[in-house]
Structures are given as C-alpha cells and as structure tokens.
Design a protein around this ligand. Structure first.
Ligand SMILES: [Fe+2]
Ligand SMILES: [Fe+2]
Length: 244
C-alpha cells in the first residue's frame, strides 16, 4: 500500500500529497518546498524544477513518516546518561525542526493574530526552559555520574558549583509547568477553513502531544532516577569525607 502511494505520489499535486498526511507538509518544507506556495502543482514538476531526485524525496517522506520511539519501559531500563542524551536529542528536534515549522506556518498565515502573537513568547520561554535543563540539571547529573564512577578528581569542589541548586525543588516546579497551555486553548477555538489552517492546527496539536510525552518522561522516569542517583552520591561523598 505504502509502495503504491510512493509510486503515485509524484503524479499528485502538492495539495493532494499534504491532504493525505499532514506530516508531508514538514517533509516538503525540509526539501525546500512550501506546500502553500504551489498547492495545485504536481510534485513531479516541482521536483524537476528544483533538481530534487526521486530517491531523495522518497527517503525524506519515509523518514518523516516513520515514527521512531522508545517505549516508556525501554526508557526506564536506560542508564541515566543515555536517558539524558535521549532528552537532549528531543530538545534538538523541537528547536531545530518542529517549532520553526510551526512559526513559519503561522507567519505565512493571514488570520488569527492571537496565535501569531502568542508563539514568539512561547518560543522564548520554551528555549529558556531547555537551556535551564541542559545547562544546569543535565550538567549536575553528569557530575553526579562522574562522582559515582569515581572518574571525578575533585568531587567536593565541583559540587560547590551547585550549592544553591535543588534537584527536588526543580522536580516539583517541573511537574506544574504547562507552557503550551495558552496556545492549546487558542488553537482549540480555530475552525480550520483551508489546507494551510488544517496543517497548522495539526502541527500545533502534534507538538502539544510531543511536549506532554516529553514532560511525562522527565517527570516519571528522568527525575526519579536523578533523585536516586543524587542520594547515592551524597552517601558516597559523606563516606569519603569521614575517611579523609
Ligand atoms: Fe526537556
Ligand atoms: Fe522539561
């Protein structure tokens, strides 16, 4: 079925392709094609004009189509270092791929000022949240891991860098956060009237779901593991200080 779709896809118009699966709007954008600029032209014509190879287009569609996820059970079995890398990768995809596409779609949209005005504010808060996690929480976890493995030469002095930091407080605060709430409410009031609006609302809802999954992984898997690690490292440090 999928092969048939991929053979036929070049004979379809850009609008038809996107209508079948809104994910292809992002795949096309990745290839340098904005679906709303030429919705009535055939994909084959556009690809020929832009010098895009058939193979490259199919590979891109395939990659945007396939949803590579790890189950919560798998993530739970990961060591915390690997889990941290997984979360960092998710941050990268949010910031470099999914969010810019939503912002791009909203910019090229001629209505709904509410959503347009809210997005830059959300992007700013979201990037701040991610930097805080990566520059403080994840750095702290890296240090705890190094101390636990014994690969850290001066654990006491390095721990001083995190003197005012509380992992528990960070965890509690994290559980209450819902930065996307305002955008979710506005998006739910919009009745999409054309393909552009349908794709935009679809991307907003898909991003919202991704954020919920991400927060769930952080709150239920990452933070409990981190708190457990912190407790064992503090025990180790206490033991070392009594021996010195
Ligand atoms: Fe995160
Ligand atoms: Fe987070």
């Amino acid at each position: 079925m999928k092969e048939l779709f991929l053979c036929m896809v070049f004979e379809k118009t850009i609008g038809e392709v996107v209508n079948e699966n809104y994910v292809y709007a992002r795949a096309l954008h990745y290839l340098g094609i904005d679906f709303f600029e030429a919705p009535n032209r055939k994909l084959r014509e556009i690809c020929a004009e832009r010098g895009l190879e058939r193979q490259q287009v199919i590979k891109t569609f395939y990659e945007f189509d396939s949803c590579s996820r790890f189950s919560f059970q798998e993530l739970r079995s990961y060591p915390i270092e690997l889990l941290t890398e997984y979360l960092k990768h998710a941050h990268y995809i949010f910031i470099k791929d999914k969010l810019p596409f939503i912002v791009h779609l909203a910019k090229k949209w001629d209505r709904a000022e509410g959503l347009k005005n809210l997005l830059p504010e959300f992007v700013e808060d979201f990037i701040k949240h991610i930097y805080e996690e990566e520059d403080t929480t994840f750095k702290y976890i890296e240090l705890l891991c190094a101390i636990k493995k014994g690969s850290c030469k001066a654990p006491f002095s390095l721990m001083i860098d995190f003197e005012g930091y509380s992992l528990q407080a960070e965890f509690e605060e994290h559980q209450d956060e819902d930065e996307f709430g305002a955008i979710r409410s506005i998006a739910s009031t919009i009745e999409p009237k054309n393909l552009h609006e349908r794709v935009l609302i679809h991307e907003v809802q898909a991003f919202d779901r991704e954020m919920i999954y991400h927060a769930e992984i952080e709150n239920n898997i990452f933070f409990p593991k981190a708190i457990e690690l912190e407790a064992s490292v503090i025990k180790k440090i206490k033991l070392l200080s009594t021996l010195n």
